[in-house]
Design a protein around this ligand. Structure first.
Ligand code: NAP
Length: 297
């Protein structure tokens, strides 16, 4: 039985819709959406994420610009660069690839991106709007998970969702989104973290279990309710006997959990492609909004 929730396939469907919208924008005599990404330093994983985002932009007809900046760049120089992009009418969305070098404060950087161009959805204003149920931009990974569930017609309404991990980029915003009063919301959400007592018992109560902790193969079959839906956000590079010397490991022991779950995301090929799709959707949304308001070139 193939019970995989395939992010690659869901992504293709959503990206096709995005591509059509871009074609329409161009036909109306406007420039396509433009996403800018800042990459500081030479971290291998970050470089491949940024390259994948660039490729995805190209595939849907977006413009993209990557600013590759040196590891020893000062925080002020990075903030200056962000200010310039904020003011650039030709750019609709801006992301700063994380993690940043230790001498740069991630919160300061995220808060410097104009909330209107913050297509990762990390700015305090966007997080605040999300918390109040008025989100304009949803953080890319949680949004991507919603798009995945939507693609497979899996409603979360009335379901008990257990989210493992309370980070500001995945677990916490996801728990807010899923519990919100909107289409693809209205779930009852339990948010677990490293201080949660009886974690296994909470997991066993989940109709939908979402793991976002960064601990390879942490979720085992005995933690999962029969027929539960399991979403694995985890992506940790672990040593592997292949050409690259590493592979991506999820937070779920896929081989054993897939036998018990009614649906499950693989790693890779599950949530990963959906995150980029969430980002593309946000960039398109910002572009359309700016065209409506006539605030861009
Ligand atoms: P993070 O900032 O490190 O947060 C990890 C969270 O997991 C924390 O809330 C932590 O609890 C909790 N945690 C850690 N160990 C735990 C345990 N044994 N039991 C219960 N909770 C535990 O991580 P993140 O940025 O959210 O990322 C999580 C994973 O998702 C990583 O593997 C990351 O690479 C991956 N990720 C993937 C995508 C994608 O597109 N596929 C996108 C983003 C992230 P405390 O708060 O108590 O410390």
């Amino acid at each position: 039985m193939d019970n995989r929730l395939r992010g690659k396939i869901a992504s293709e469907a959503v990206r096709l819709r995005i591509k059509r919208d871009v074609e329409q924008i161009i036909q109306q005599g406007n420039r396509p959406p433009h996403l800018a990404a800042i990459l500081v330093g030479n971290d291998g994983a970050s470089q491949s994420y940024v390259n994948a985002k660039e490729k995805a932009c190209e595939d849907v007809g977006f413009l993209s610009s990557i600013y590759r900046l040196p590891e020893n760049l000062s925080q002020n120089d990075l903030l200056d660069r962000i200010d310039k992009i904020n003011k650039d009418d030709q750019i609709d969305g801006l992301i700063v690839q994380l993690p940043l070098p230790a001498h740069i404060d991630e919160n300061v950087v995220n808060s410097r991106i104009s909330p209107d161009k913050d297509v990762d959805g990390f700015h305090d204003i966007n997080m605040g709007r999300l918390a109040k149920g008025n989100a304009v931009i949803n953080p890319a990974t949680p949004y991507g998970i919603l798009l995945l569930l939507e693609h497979y017609n899996l409603s979360v309404e009335g379901k008990h969702v257990v989210v493992l991990g309370r980070s500001n980029i995945v677990g916490r915003p996801l728990s807010i989104l899923l519990s919100g009063n909107h289409a693809f919301g209205n779930a009852t959400v339990t948010l677990c973290h490293s201080r949660t007592k009886n974690l296994k018992e909470w997991c066993q109560k989940a109709d939908i279990l979402i793991a976002a902790i960064g601990k390879p193969y942490f979720v085992t079959a005995d933690m999962v309710k029969e027929e539960a839906i399991v979403i694995d956000v985890g992506t940790t590079r672990i040593d592997a006997d292949n050409e690259r010397g590493w592979k991506l490991a999820g937070d779920v022991n896929y081989t054993e959990v897939k036998e018990k779950a009614s649906a499950i995301t693989p790693v890779p090929g599950g949530v990963g492609p959906m995150t980029i799709t969430g980002l593309l959707s946000n960039t398109l949304l910002v572009r359309k909004k700016r065209l409506e308001q006539n605030t861009s070139a």
